[in-house]
Design a binder for this molecule. Structure first.
Ligand code: MTE
Ligand code: MO
Length: 542
């Protein structure tokens, strides 16, 4: 394939002239423009197919799916929710570098350059279609984007080729062969393609945001019903009012967020449906939000915790949830728990973004307040926390219970199916472990000698907290004063008045749950079913 090189090469020259600095730089720019064009066109196509099928989101999602738990934990801890932004930026920077390299390659090897663009398109396509919720159509945006980019790159590289007959003025101002190409043609073509790409990109944004506006309006218009069964009143003494202590109820804006969604799903409440089907479901059902709103509404305070929370970590929060009892719906569908001879022992909840979360049927139906929730602290669920409907099950870590943006519940068995995180090394079943955390004083604080309140929260959902103890420098354990209990499904504040002497001291805390079991001091990591150990804080008393 002799035209694999510049096809406009002057007759009689054995090798195409080495491109000079200007042409190389413009070639890199061509690559960037082609890359920009590919993304813009792909995003426009994705807006028509599914926003999550956009190449950057798809590749980011595929990276998340393949991230080992330890790295994911690290990212969540160190970037918080910014881990997603960091990933997106990383992908864009890498793409830009490759795009420039491909542009330079295309200058001398146009077909090779085009092939390289197609390879990138393929990566995007495979990533999109291969996501857990991926469908073949998700490959389209990447393929279309790459095809257009090939054309753009071919066009621009053509403008940079030496004009026929224009003998290279080698050596001229040290620019090698840069004298002989169609500068005007390049500028016009480059500007035009960049402009068209920008328009395509903006149009894609517009389309996506108008779809999202519908979802936002549906959230705005949702009037939460009054609960038939209100949350038990929080006793006045549940809030100790100590500076630096976590409040009993976590406001939505401060509630931790953990999920794999690079784009927060925005589901229109009016179009939302939940299907319940599978083994032992005598009467499969599909319900919309309005069906749920007409059922018996319950309101409960429930503390949710993430299995990735390190000892002393922030991935735990307590909210007032409004929704319906999942067990009631299951009963109506004819589901019986294994203890009554039902054939399914696992509920697999699926979300619109392809997450799968497996929960024991026995736990959901044992009388605890397992909920399909649509309200959080008096508001419709925020989009980040699963609007319009999510699951909440007191006593289980989020990854085995709290499916956000839920759309499907399948009854199956633990033998037959491993959910998303289970396939990635986490335990199939994971009740929350008894935990306690020192909120104040903070690590490396330097309180004055005298009485220093040591305070924090402790949780053992569905078992409750019966005692919290604190010790200093490995000495004897002192019993802390417990705040009034919410319910056994919520965390509990505690405080111990420490007669602090000056010097460096280590504070440690441990809790005992409602069954009388004391939190183990053995330190283990978060994988596979939650961290253990006592939280400790070192302070310098002055
Ligand atoms: N759809 C979906 N639901 C999900 C997740 C997810 O990644 N996707 N993460 C789960 C995990 S690991 C936890 S700890 C909780 C966190 O809920 P929050 O973000 O509302 O705090 O949601 C659970 N539900
Ligand atoms: Mo989690």
């Amino acid at each position: 394939m002799s035209e694999d090189r510049d096809d406009a090469q002057p007759a009689g020259t054995a090798r195409p002239p080495r491109p000079g600095a200007t042409r190389t730089a413009l070639a890199a720019l061509s690559g960037l423009i082609a890359g920009f064009c590919a993304l813009a066109v792909a995003e426009l196509a994705a807006a028509l197919v599914r926003p999550e099928a956009g190449p950057v989101t798809a590749v980011g999602g595929a990276v998340i799916d393949r991230t080992p738990p330890a790295v994911r934990d690290f990212a969540v801890r160190n970037f918080g929710t910014a881990d997603k932004l960091a990933l997106r930026l990383g992908i864009l920077v890498l793409l830009a570098l490759f795009a420039m390299a491909i542009g330079v390659l295309a200058l001398r090897h146009r077909r090779l350059g085009s092939a390289a663009v197609l390879v990138f398109g393929l990566v995007g396509a495979v990533a999109a279609a291969g996501r857990p919720e991926g469908v073949p159509a998700d490959a389209l945006p990447s393929v279309v984007g790459a095809a257009v980019a090939v054309a753009v790159l071919y066009l621009l590289a053509g403008r940079l080729a030496p004009a026929p007959g224009a003998a290279p003025a080698a050596g001229e101002r040290g620019e090698g062969a840069d004298g002989g190409f169609d500068r005007r043609g390049f500028v016009v073509a480059a500007t035009a393609t960049a402009a068209v790409s920008a328009v395509a990109g903006l149009l894609g944004r517009r389309l996506t945001s108008s779809v999202q506006a519908g979802a936002s309006a549906s959230r705005h218009d949702l009037v939460l019903p009054a609960p038939r069964s209100a949350a038990p009143a929080v006793p006045a003494g549940a809030e100790l009012r100590i500076r630096g202590l976590t409040p009993f109820i976590t406001p939505d804006k401060d509630f931790y967020r953990v999920d794999t969604a690079l784009v927060v799903p925005r589901v229109d409440a009016g179009a939302w449906r939940l299907r319940i089907h599978g083994r032992g479901v005598a009467r499969p059902v599909t319900v919309g939000l309005h069906d749920l709103l007409r059922r018996e509404i319950v309101e409960r305070d429930i503390t949710l915790a993430c299995v990735s929370n390190e000892v002393g970590g922030p991935l735990v929060g307590n909210a007032r949830w409004l929704g319906v009892r999942l067990a009631d719906l299951l009963r109506e569908a004819g589901v019986r728990p294994p203890s009554e001879g039902g054939p399914a022992d696992q509920i697999v909840a699926r979300s619109v973004d392809g997450m799968t979360i497996g929960t024991p049927v026995g736990t959901v139906m044992d009388g605890r307040d397992a909920m399909l929730a649509f309200g959080m602290n008096g508001e419709p669920l925020p989009f980040e926390h699963g609007f319009p409907v999510r699951m909440v099950v007191p006593g289980l870590y989020g990854y085995v219970s709290a499916c956000k943006w839920i759309e499907d519940i399948e009854l199956t068995t633990f033998t037959a199916y491993d959910a998303y995180w289970v396939r990635r090394g986490w335990a199939q079943q994971a009740p929350v472990k008894t935990e306690s955390r020192i909120d104040t004083p903070r690590p490396s604080a330097s309180p004055k000698a005298g009485v220093v309140p040591v305070a924090g929260v402790a949780w053992a959902q569905h078992r409750g907290i019966s005692r919290v103890e604190v010790r200093v420098d490995g000495g004897k354990w002192h019993t802390a004063r417990l705040a009034a209990a919410g319910t056994r499904d919520t965390w509990r504040q505690w405080v111990w008045e420490w007669p602090a002497a000056s010097g460096r001291h280590t504070l440690e805390v441990r809790a005992t749950d409602g069954t009388g079991a004391t939190q183990t001091g053995i330190r283990t990591g978060t994988v596979p079913d939650g961290a253990t150990g006592w939280h400790s804080v070192v302070v310098d008393v002055s």
